[in-house]
Design a protein around this ligand. Structure first.
Ligand SMILES: Nc1ncnc2c1ncn2[C@@H]1O[C@H](COP(=O)(O)OP(=O)(O)O)[C@@H](O)[C@H]1O
Ligand SMILES: [Mg+2]
Length: 495
């Protein structure tokens, strides 16, 4: 049950109890007042009768007494009057008391013996009545007779009944009014602010720290709302500073990576001098040779071929180097690895056909996407497939697999994440341990026309994508290159 409903019911019950109790007491006090008024009235009549009757001698003035009795009986609320003188055996009574007057004689006798007025509530012919008896005294103070006045009390009941109704209506209006007021009050001051608080907390739980609750009032709930707003603002500030810190850390990391790259460039530069130096020397030697043999067309043709080859090698080295050094800002987008692998295979179609390689593709159906730069990722798999094709120059098989796996990086073993594992497997020449140790180093190559830059660039790109590369190989049996790239997660939209 809602708090507002509970409060309304609780308060309403209290109000109903209080108002009902008050109504009951009111009815009691009204009845009391009516009874007292009636008694005063009857006593007044009694006093008048006493004054008239104590002055006369009843046996002599029977008619007068009877007249008095009749006159008094005519009052609307009086049922009858009995005047009784036991000593003289005289009794006067109203017409209405022709029968059933004995109880009143008895009451008169008792009041005479007690020398005091007596009152009694009772019923006469099932009608509620009030009887009031008092003694009549002679000059010496002795009770010679007595009077009993019998009065209806039903009019009193009627009045009380009427009062009951008006009290009931008043009570009903009062209760209905207060219940409505309480209902509106609890809704305005309790239910609604609490609902707002709850929805605010829900919003915040969903990560919306901009949430603020209306908190204008001066009551405790408004204070709570203000505290909540304060907390939300603090959290927002804290989150802001955490984000700033994270950004700063990322910036630092980027800087470190850049400086790492610069260190590599330093290494590269010395390697480059050597790498390009050789073909340049060859170029120089060949051009000098040609100068001497200007007439020998065949020799010129051969030398020009050699020159072209060497220039091509220099160009290749420089292109790859530039690709690594002057790397453009990666364009991050959702990438389907299957498409990338298919395109890479398409690009190398002619070489695969030429070598009559058997190609097996094993891509899992529901491959989740990764976030990355498609061009760079394309370069990664092109490099790996080109190496595989070069390693199977004497024919063989090439196998490409892609599947999602759940792993943790070697440097963060606790943090398991989802990755896509791409395997580029070949049945080619394979590598010994010495070669495997060096393959990612710049300019390390075992090929005549190799640059030794492909795997270094490949590794750089994969690391930029928060991934890594693993290698397994055996001389004469082939190699497996495994690339791990983090899967794009739904919450962050990032890999
Ligand atoms: N699939 C493979 N099979 C055997 N050896 C490989 C394979 N991939 C790479 N290598 C070795 O790693 C070396 C470095 O490769 P890479 O960096 O691509 O330079 P390059 O291909 O220009 O030689 C290669 O020269 C080769 O010895
Ligand atoms: Mg290569």
């Amino acid at each position: 049950m809602r708090l507002g409903t509970k409060l309304t019911i609780y308060l309403s019950l209290i109000i109903i109890a209080v108002v009902t109790g008050y109504g009951y007491l009111d009815i009691l006090s009204r009845r009391d007042i009516l009874v007292r008024k009636m008694k005063a009235e009857v006593r007044g009549t009694g006093r008048t009768l006493t004054l008239s009757l104590e002055k006369i001698s009843p046996p002599d003035e029977k008619d007068y007494v009877q007249g008095l009795v009749d006159a008094v009986s005519e009052y609307e609320r009086i049922q009858g009057v009995v005047v009784y003188y036991p000593g003289q055996n005289l009794m006067f009574r109203s017409q209405s008391l022709k029968e059933g007057f004995e109880p009143y004689i008895d009451l008169i006798e008792r009041s005479m013996s007690q020398q005091a007025p007596l009152e009694e509530f009772g019923a006469r012919k099932r009608v509620p009545v009030f009887s009031y008896a008092f003694p009549l005294k002679d000059k010496s103070g002795k009770a010679t007779g007595g009077v009993c006045i019998v009065q209806h009390t039903s009019y009193m009941e009627r009045e009380i009944e009427k009062a009951k109704w008006s009290i009931f209506v008043t009570m009903f209006l009062l209760i209905a009014g207060t219940v409505i007021l309480i209902l509106l009050g609890t809704r305005k001051w309790i239910s609604r602010p609490i609902s707002k608080l709850i929805s605010g907390i829900g919003d915040m739980a969903k990560g919306n720290l901009d949430t603020r609750i209306d908190s204008k009032g001066k009551d405790e709930l408004s204070e709570l709302a203000r505290s909540f707003n304060q907390m939300a603002a603090d959290l927002q500030r804290a989150q802001g500073s955490i984000m700033k810190e994270a950004e700063a850390r990322l910036e630092l990391e980027r800087g470190l990576r850049q400086s790492e790259k610069l260190a590599i460039i330093g290494q590269l530069a010395s390697g480059l001098a050597h790498e390009i130096g050789t073909p340049l020397n060859i170029l120089l030697g060949r051009t000098e040779l040609m100068k001497k043999k200007l007439e020998d067309k065949e020799a010129i043709g051969k030398n020009l071929d050699i020159i072209a080859n060497q220039v091509e090698k220099i160009t290749r080295i420089i292109e790859q180097l530039l690709g690594f050094v002057r790397k453009k800002q990666p364009e991050l987008m959702t990438v389907d690895i299957r498409e990338i692998l298919d395109t890479a295979l398409d690009l190398l179609d002619h070489r695969i056909e030429k070598q009559q390689l058997m190609v097996v593709k094993d891509f899992q159906e529901s491959l989740p996407p990764v976030t990355g730069d498609p061009d760079s990722l394309q370069q990664v798999f092109l490099n790996l497939i080109v190496n595989a094709v070069q390693a199977t120059a004497g024919g063989g098989a090439l196998r490409l697999c892609a599947a999602p796996v759940c792993l943790s990086k070697a440097e963060a073993p606790v943090c398991r994440k989802r990755y896509i594992e791409v395997r580029v497997e070949d049945s080619g020449v394979g590598m010994d341990e010495e070669v495997i140790r060096n393959i990612f180093n710049p300019f390390f190559t075992t090929k005549e026309a190799g640059t030794g830059l492909g795997l270094m660039v490949t590794q750089g790109i994969v690391q930029d994508h928060e991934g890594w590369i693993e290698v397994e190989s055996e001389v004469g049996r082939g190699s497996i290159f495994k690339v791990y790239l983090p899967v794009m997660t739904e919450e962050t939209g990032e890999g």
